[in-house]
Design a protein around this ligand. Sequence first.
Ligand code: ADP
Length: 666
Amino acid sequence: MTIQKILIANRGEIACRVMRTCQALGISTVAVYSEADAKALHVEMADEAFLIGPAAPRESYLNIDKIISVAKAANVNAIHPGYGFLSENEEFAEAVEKAGMVFIGPPAAAILAMGGKSEAKALMEKAKVPLVPGYHGDKQDEKLLSDEAAKIGFPVLIKASAGGGGKGMRVVESAKDFSEQLAGAKREAKAAFGDDHVLIEKYLARPRHVEIQVFADKQGNTVYLFERDCSIQRRHQKVLEEAPAPGMSAATREKMGKAAVAAAKAIGYVGAGTVEFLLDEKENFYFMEMNTRLQVEHPVTECITGLDLVALQIQVAEGQPLHFTQDDLEIDGHAIEVRLYAEDPANNFLPGAGQIKFLEFPLEERGVRVDTGVREATNGPGDVISIHYDPMIAKIIAHGATRDEAIENLKAGLDETLITGPKTNLVFLRRLLDEPDFKAGKVSTSFIREHEVSLLPPKAAPSELSLALAAAGLYARRTVAPASGSPWDDRSSWRIAGADKNVFTFKDGDNLLPVTIESGLDAASGVLTLPGGRAMQLKILPAFAAGFDIRLDGQVYSGAVVQEGRHVALMYKGHYEDVHYLEPLAYDEGDEGGVGKLTAPMPGKVVAVRVELGATVKKGQPLIIVEAMKMEHTINAPADGIVEKIHAAIGDQVNEKYELISLKQA
Ligand code: ADP
């Protein structure tokens, strides 16, 4: 059969990515969207789009009946589930087929077989694929689990069998913590997956996460498209992936590839799938789980194989055989992907949300590719990273003939990426690429933790260059850049005669840092004087939309400034700086929080209160746990103190910045 029309049961980056291939193949596309996504890029890109419900995934992107009825009404031949949402839901796969359409993914039985981590491990044990030592049985009583943990030997990892995205996963260092961690894992698993079944594994020290991309057609041909190293993780979740795995031997690649193919064959797999392994320092590998869908990080495999995995998925779904064999496949160079997230690396990578104020991606050249589902709206507000969905903003992928070349290309790509609005991990990612151990390929899942000192340096005073660019950027936005064609909106300080003097005062702690810009007749040129007295020649060049192109003493800088109250977000070439700006009229929300106030970092639900009124607490002690975006976030005491008031109880729904606990000095 030929597929002519596909419904994409997803949103964001992956929905857009699938549509790009459909467009290239001349297949028409149908988008579905929630109320929160009415103006989303995937809706704009699709040939047809249907509203399927409110923002909450349960009522829209997870609503099987609704999606099937839209697919029928739109008369599509097939449904692509993307990743996340319904992509690994066997009932959905079945419902699609029952409705007479093609599910672009594996058969429901294969999804079911690998659906639970416990069942998958039991199955792989039979297929003689090596496993991480542990307990993956049915029994769930605490005594038995803690005995098993002791048998395995601490540290152990408790994992939700239904898990994904690191939810319901806890490391337990010693027997005395077991009970509490088990309760936390079960609570999180229940909330995220409605199923609190857990398994226990030996927690390996410094392993690498290496996974194999497999592909199978309906004729029984199964190949592996090499590996991806996804060891660079925070909170046990990937942020950087690369292919091939640096330094891994060809012999291990082949052994692992064959084990993955055996795993796929054992469950009658069809389509794109990923078999995840942990690799130890001696290149022993252990099966972790199989993901029965396209992975977030599939682009690195596309780069090194030259294949379009979505196009292959569609061909296989149409019943065509794979047009190549294992022997035809070769690795072409090296590819690296980083995930740009709305999150705060300085605050334990806490996921964030909010409206994008400014956004520029690198031009897709020099081996850089950008996969995203958001854009900055040119008219009116930009897209919103919603608390309802995954906070990933984009994937930036670079390819090169060698690993070093891929790193250089990616660095250049990140240098050209500018974003403000929600806090992001952009600067963190850029630092990662400069880390000598990363360059040397010495990666493991503990990499970020072990390199925290250089990856997460304390906030430093703004550099002279940052102060100069922040002032010049504000000046450019305010006085030179016309807001529109209308003379009434023209904010340029066009003058008949005389010089103009502008002072921009920034603040670092108690230090006032005034930067002066004096211009002559032409508002676009002048002299900029730094707080220390150093003078620089300034020229404002014609710039793109909301950004700036500024020449300072002959050197040109491209970037952007966005002012929000007393914060000026400044970006230029791999730098991001939040500068405290003293504008007399600016109101600053951030100034409000008193020292002893503990506020909710994001909207969520209080799931545990760990202290009582009047208790004396130590700095770093866990006080309260808030569940948001399906993860539990522990709020710790910022300093020693006494609990003066508790403003929230278990079960309370709280808004961002809601005061949870007041502390007073001990
Ligand atoms: P999820 O499906 O929730 O993402 P995974 O089972 O894929 O969870 O594990 C996520 C990450 O946790 C792995 O990539 C690895 O870094 C770490 N991890 C998982 N199991 C172990 C283990 N037994 N020992 C050490 N680290 C582990």
